[in-house]
Design a binder for this molecule. Structure first.
Ligand code: ADP
Ligand code: MG
Length: 571
């Protein structure tokens, strides 16, 4: 007798449901997406017992006719694609036409809907995939879907659900991200009668962000906007001062669909490279729009993951979109020309002797005010007058709009890091030859390791050769770090190279350079004269990212005049 049978529709539906609907939050996601596709401007999500007992999603969208209301709960029914070609040109959130059928297969499901302009509404009741009732009812325009006792007929799934706290948090997380992205729609989430999220519809997404994450974050965001014909990235990212230890505050929408994309995450992370502390992550809300034919949204039943056809193009595009903003943005408040000029009258001659390329401007006979104008225009750092050093650690400077406190160690670290990195990338690190080679005694492990690293060390400016036993002879050190003792720095460099063994060459070199820059820099406690301070700041001006050390600590702290006045209760 044959062993193969055709599965009953009931089983097929349950299998499909298992793929699309993993937990209460997936139901919420599908229903919210449908509401958005229906053009709703207000979406209410009401849950009981974290959605295990009831999920109700109510929208004021276009609603459905009585025919459609009956059809939509069947599998593979959708109003969103009509032919196979449409699959490659999807602009709506749904398209598989199986969410409602899947949800109705594993719950007691009630759909109430009324099309705009119709007199009567429709109510369709389905239980475990079986149609119970189809009736005409009074209903407001729009659609309300009630999902009672999710997974009542699939005990395995039911057991798989996590605690109420966890499931409710997942629901809140999903709706929050949609609320951020679709800020022109108002959202409300009510859990066991308590409002846990409520946003007003607005054209200013920052208001929604302030509502959701707090005003402090909303104030510190930078706009991202880069586009070409094939791809566009828009949104907001945080200044490096606003970070978190996890990536919870990163939301990516690709062609309007919430996605998890390690590719985009990584591009964002790289864009902040050397601006953030390690293990800190920026806030980001990014929408990426690509030609729909460039992505495959069909790879995952819940459409959470997507595949980009030209992933390297997308990666580079996102990276540059964010990186450009960070590089261009004056991350400490810019000095207003007006305020600047007023200040000029007060403090005669801002003493700013940058010895580098600005020297030409300064040494010429241009009157001071115009000189400053030139400086302001081309500099990241506001014109300033250095007042001195406190605790041999911080420089204090007056600017037109307040007070700057500058960490001397961090300034130099940034300068050395960028100079060295620049030379290294061009394979032009200058070695400084020792008058006498220095013999350095290493640990056995380092001695073994050093023999494999001769070439890499040479690129970093260290000419090293074996000297018998565990010793090496060091003939040069990188000239930027000329003041470092080889016996101090070499074990350190080897340690960094070894730690980074599995990562790319550049990453390894970078961790070495970061480390060396830190060690070679003046320390807290080192005396620094005012001319030395100007020299250092002049060099900082040439940095691409002058506001943070390679570990992500800020170089400056800016105290504005208003803040000072407020502190003294003048305001
Ligand atoms: P898909 O969204 O992939 O088309 P669904 O099963 O989620 O599949 O929905 C099936 C169809 O039901 C949709 O194509 C749409 O026409 C209709 N629909 C679902 N939810 C709503 C809603 N909230 N408002 C209006 N129409 C809806
Ligand atoms: Mg859908």
């Amino acid at each position: 007798m044959g062993k193969i049978i055709s599965l009953s529709e009931d089983i097929v539906n349950k299998i499909a449901a298992g793929e699309v609907i993993e937990r209460p939050a997936s139901v919420v996601k599908e229903l919210v997406e449908n509401a958005i596709d229906a053009g709703a401007t207000a979406i209410d999500v009401d849950i009981k017992k974290a959605g295990k007992e009831l999920i109700r999603v109510k929208d004021n969208g276009c609603g459905m006719s009585s025919e459609d209301a009956l059809l939509c709960v069947q599998r593979h029914t959708t109003s969103k694609i009509r032919q196979a070609g449409d699959l490659f040109n999807i602009r709506t959130l749904g398209f598989r036409g199986e969410a409602l059928a899947s949800i109705a297969a594993v719950s007691h499901f009630v759909l109430t809907t009324k099309e705009k302009g119709e007199v009567a509404g429709t109510r369709v009741t389905v239980s475990g995939g079986v149609l119970q009732r189809n009736e005409e009812v009074g209903s407001p325009e729009g659609t309300t879907i009630d999902v009672h006792e999710l997974f009542f007929n699939t005990p395995a799934r039911r057991k798989f659900m996590k605690s109420d706290g966890t499931e409710a948090a997942q629901i809140l997380d999903i709706v929050t991200r949609y609320a951020l992205f679709y800020s022109t729609v108002s959202f409300r989430v009510v859990n066991d009668g308590k409002i846990i999220l409520s946003t007003e519809k607005t054209d200013d997404v920052k208001q929604t962000i302030a509502k959701v994450y707090g005003a402090a974050i909303a104030k510190e965001l930078l706009p991202v906007n880069k586009d070409t014909e094939a791809i566009r990235v828009q949104g907001l990212v945080s200044k490096p001062t606003i970070t978190r230890s996890d990536k919870d505050h990163q939301t990516f929408f690709v062609n309007g669909r919430l996605v998890k994309s390690p590719l985009i995450e990584h591009a964002l992370h790289e864009a902040y490279h050397a601006v953030l502390f390690i293990h800190r992550h920026p806030f980001a809300l990014l929408r990426i729009d690509v030609d729909p034919s460039m992505i495959d949204v069909n790879v995952h039943p819940t459409k959470k993951e997507i595949k980009f056809e030209k992933s390297d193009v997308v990666y580079r595009f996102v990276y540059h979109a964010v990186r450009d903003v960070l590089e261009k943005e004056n991350l400490i408040p810019a000095v207003e020309m007006q305020a600047m000029q007023e200040q000029m009258q007060l403090t005669k001659g801002f003493d700013r002797r940058f010895e580098t390329s600005t020297q030409a401007v300064l040494s010429s006979n241009v009157p001071m005010m115009q000189r400053s104008a030139v400086l302001v225009e081309r500099s990241h750092i506001p014109a300033l007058r250095l007042l001195g050093q406190v605790h041999n650690t911080f420089f204090i400077a007056e600017t037109a709009e307040g007070l700057l406190i500058i960490d001397q160690h961090i300034v130099q670290e940034r300068v050395l890091y960028e100079q060295f990195m620049h030379d290294y990338m061009k394979k032009a690190v200058k070695p400084q030859m020792m008058l006498e080679p220095v013999i350095v005694e290493l640990s056995a492990a380092d001695a073994l390791f050093v023999s494999e690293q001769i070439d890499e060390l040479a690129e970093l400016g260290f000419f090293v050769e074996a000297f018998g036993g565990n010793s090496v002879r060091v003939r040069s050190v990188p000239s930027i770090f000329g003041r470092l003792q080889p016996s101090d720095v070499l074990p350190d460099v080897l340690g960094q190279l070894r730690e980074g063994k599995t990562t790319a060459v550049l990453n390894k070199a970078e961790s070495v350079i970061t480390r060396m820059a830190c060690r070679a820099s003046i320390k807290a406690g080192d005396v620094c004269t005012i001319p030395q301070m100007y020299t250092l700041l002049g060099q900082l001006e040439h940095c691409t990212l002058p506001f943070h050390c390679p570990h992500g600590r800020p170089v400056f702290i800016n105290v504005t005049r208003e803040e000072l006045e407020r502190m003294f209760l003048r305001g």
